[in-house]
Design a protein around this ligand. Structure first.
Ligand SMILES: [Zn+2]
Length: 380
């Protein structure tokens, strides 16, 4: 089943409908109806399916994203969309993040249906998680239907190495466009150099990152224990002998849960307004700046006495919890009112890289986790 899912190239830039249609058809073969929630373009969709009586209270949602990150530019030893087992590991794009979790659930559908479930279990598949959790809000909203029968626990199966993860940082991503005036490179007075001024913004972000490291909020359970900033890409300019008109800076930061998620973008705006622009104007240069939000993944922290955490600890047969620095849909589900936790097979260090892989032992552990979930969902 994992191999079948890996074979669908669901890179976020592409439609995920072939995979969604495959899952809906597979479930239909067991008499399970899928609810399809399309995106505004109709090219992507979320899928929700229920095992057991969906009208019963206290349902548990198993949440996975159907998309994967691109393989473009990565050097793979094998076809990334063909799952290959070798030396106790399964290789292929999405094996760790996060088609093994989904594959284990789908393979267990006959078990989920073999005996009546007292607690309904819902499968929730989203689109576009990897490009800013775009599908999860409509998915979470449709499942939080406000009735007594609404499910109340969400297990997000991101690769946590089957550890129970109870907090993660948020992600705020931005595109800052600096616009100046083109001119011949030999005539600096006639142009306004977007890249040279943009570089000062990058320098500011670098300094802010150090400031957060040295004197910002700290939580030793995270690695790193502070909010981080990354400038991941710069576009701009045409040639070495042309003063560049534009410089586009793609950057992000990852705030700790429980801190003011707007603090860093506000400090950036204050710097540009009070220091950067006045310095440019003092030199009689004309530079414009716009900063657009590109992605916002809320930080997540389990509530005290979280029912989702205690369920996941039981099912994973552990008493240890962890916090991680990568984002997920957990904050979105939590924001919609669900008690939410992360627990899934695979190591995040093996995700997003060439030759992505998962240890077979992780798939086995996920299988055992789901087996205990089925037993529990059958209990009166
Ligand atoms: Zn993921």
């Amino acid at each position: 089943m994992i191999a079948k899912l890996v074979a669908f190239d669901t890179t976020s830039a592409l439609s995920n409908l072939p995979l969604i249609d495959f899952v809906a058809e597979y479930l239909d073969g067991f008499g399970v109806t899928s609810e399809i929630i399309p995106d505004p373009t109709g090219k992507k969709a979320n899928l929700v399916a229920t095992f057991g009586n969906g009208e019963a209270e206290g349902g548990i949602i198993l949440s996975g994203h159907s998309d994967v990150v691109p393989v473009k530019g990565q050097s793979w030893d094998t076809d990334p969309f063909e799952a290959i087992e070798k030396d106790g590991r399964l290789y292929g794009r999405g094996t760790a993040d996060m088609k093994s979790f989904i594959g284990v659930i789908l393979a267990l559908v006959p078990e989920f249906l073999a005996k009546p479930l007292t607690t309904p279990v819902h499968l929730a598949l989203s689109y576009d998680e990897e490009v800013g959790c775009l599908g999860a809000p409509s998915l979470a909203k449709s499942m939080a239907n406000g009735s007594d029968a609404a499910p109340n626990i969400v297990i997000v199966g991101e690769p946590t190495s089957m550890r129970v993860v109870t907090a993660h940082k948020g992600i705020r991503a931005f595109r800052t466009t600096v616009t100046g005036t083109e001119a011949h490179s030999s005539a600096p007075d006639q142009g306004d150099n977007a890249i040279m001024h943009g570089a000062k913004l990058v320098g500011f972000l670098r300094g802010l990152a150090r400031d957060l490291r040295d004197s910002g909020a700290q939580d030793p359970d995270f690695d790193p224990p502070f909010a981080s900033i990354n400038v991941g890409r710069i576009d701009g300019g045409t040639a070495v002998n042309i003063i560049p008109r534009t410089c586009v800076i793609h950057w992000e930061y990852r705030p700790l849960p429980g801190t003011d998620e707007n603090e860093i973008i506000e400090r950036f705006h204050v710097f540009t307004r009070d220091e950067w622009l006045p310095a440019i104007e003092a030199e009689n240069e004309t530079i414009k700046i716009t900063t657009e939000p590109v992605a916002h993944v809320p930080a997540y922290q389990a509530e005290a006495n979280s029912p989702a955490t205690s369920l996941a600890l039981d099912l994973a047969a552990t008493n240890l919890t962890a916090k991680v620095s990568y984002g997920s849909e957990a904050g979105i589900f939590q924001g919609a009112g669900f008690s939410t936790v992360l627990c899934g097979p695979g190591d995040i260090a093996d995700a997003h890289i060439p030759n992505e892989s998962i240890a077979i032992s992780q798939i086995d552990a996920c299988n055992a986790f789901m087996g205990r979930l089925i037993t529990r969902a059958r209990a009166p």
